[in-house]
Design a protein around this ligand. Structure first.
Ligand SMILES: Nc1nc2c(ncn2[C@@H]2O[C@H](COP(=O)(O)OP(=O)(O)OP(=O)(O)O)[C@@H](O)[C@H]2O)c(=O)[nH]1
Ligand SMILES: [Mg+2]
Length: 376
């Protein structure tokens, strides 16, 4: 038994290695692997063509039956063209599928037929996108639609109506009309899809400040955490459970560095993912080992947010002074507090994602602030 098994495996290995997977196909395999990863890469902006279906044409037909002379017109109407609906899904966080499917075309309606038969309508095209996707006209830049709620279909391109058949054009003077309508065209335009995440709280900080560690500590999210800059390359959303079955959604974005608004590092384009949040949380590395002192880091973040515009700097803001476990005597914290304005001191929450110090108080404060923003 063991022998036959071994010979089978040997034979299998031979077939696999020598015939199905020759060494010469390694470049092809690597290309396919690269292509697979590329197709799944995060994308928050995509150019697409949106085209709903053309209405089917009406039919010209007359009733012909034995013992029923001059049966009259009985041409049916054309079917309406397929419409295009967009629907939000909270489990998605990228527009990467549009890299390969940039043409969203709904089918045309079928022409009408004799015996008053209406043509078949074109199928509705339902496009599932992440919640927070906006649809803009690519030529004018005009904002057309925002897909905010999950599971709610939004009509983006209505299909053209079907044309009427000759049955509708009979009159006392024209009893055998040959008139019909060709159907109406659908809507066609080039669009830009742009994803702006929907969250209550947006984390902003320099690389390595501990943003991902914080979202990991307080929510169900499991982002990568490491001690090198730009560990996070795409935005992550985390859901924090609150009492009374409520929750708070937190968005973690890639780190920002000085000059990001001029293209340094990963740039500031990721700030659009905190544009819709009610509250911003600045995460600072407060320890004395921080490569950039917290006060400098704070000023850099404020400057880059100012450069980004979109009223981001007007948002309510709290500060998380992270890594307090390596500042047990609170020297660095005191130094930082001495520098910022008196009015802003109460916004500072000393925390440590390692010892969990201050995390509960921070979440309560974020919830409170987010609620007041909602009521305003
Ligand atoms: N001692 C200590 N280390 C921490 C704390 N929080 C995070 N770290 C460490 O700081 C390093 C960076 O943490 P990340 O959470 O990846 O930082 P980030 O801000 O998400 O970094 P980027 O994604 O690169 O912008 C990791 O080595 C963490 O283990 C903390 O409270 N105390
Ligand atoms: Mg990170």
């Amino acid at each position: 038994m063991l022998g036959s098994c071994q010979s089978f495996l040997k034979g299998f290995g031979k077939t696999f290695v020598h015939k199905s997977f020759p060494i010469s196909s390694l470049p092809l395999f690597s290309f396919l692997l690269f292509f697979y990863h590329f197709s799944r890469m995060f994308l928050d902006i995509a150019n697409v063509l949106i085209q709903s279906g053309h209405g089917g044409k009406g039919c010209v037909s007359f009733l012909r039956e034995k013992f029923y002379p001059r049966g009259g017109p009985n041409g049916g109407d054309g079917g309406s063209g397929g419409s295009i609906y967009f629907m939000g899904d909270t489990s998605l966080n990228t527009l990467s599928k549009f890299r390969h499917f940039p043409k969203l075309v709904a089918p045309d309606g079928q022409p009408g037929r004799g015996s008053n038969c209406t043509g078949k309508s074109g199928k509705i095209l339902k496009i599932i996108v992440p919640c927070g996707t906006i649809i803009k006209n690519a030529e004018t830049g005009e904002l057309l639609f925002e897909i905010l709620k999950p599971g709610v279909p939004v009509l983006v391109a209505r299909g053209g109506d079907g044309g009427r058949g000759n049955q509708h054009f009979a009159s006392s003077t024209q009893q055998a009309p040959r008139r019909f309508e060709r159907g109406w065209p659908g809507v066609k335009f080039k669009a830009i899809l742009e994803l702006k995440s929907i969250a209550d709280v947006g984390l902003v900080g320099l690389p390595n400040a501990g943003k991902s560690s914080l979202i990991k500590a307080v929510s169900h999210a499991t982002p990568k955490v490491a001690d090198y800059a730009f560990t996070t390359l795409n935005p992550n959303l985390g859901v924090i459970d609150l009492p009374d079955y409520r929750n708070l959604v937190m968005a973690d974005i890639p780190g920002i560095i000085e000059g990001a608004s001029h293209g340094k590092g990963l740039g500031i384009q990721f700030l659009k993912h905190v544009e819709r949040t009610r509250v911003l949380l600045f995460v600072l590395d407060i320890s004395e080992y921080a490569p950039i002192p917290p006060w400098e880091a704070y000023k850099i973040l404020k400057q880059e947010i100012h450069e980004f515009g979109q009223d981001l700097e007007k948002k309510k803001m709290l500060i998380a002074a992270n890594k307090m476990d390596i500042d047990p005597e609170r020297k660095a914290l005191k130094k930082f507090l001495s520098k910022i304005l008196k009015s802003e001191r109460e916004k500072v929450f000393p925390i440590s994602t390692v010892t969990q110090e201050g995390l509960k108080e921070l979440v309560v404060a974020l919830d409170k602030l987010s609620k007041t923003q909602m009521d305003e």
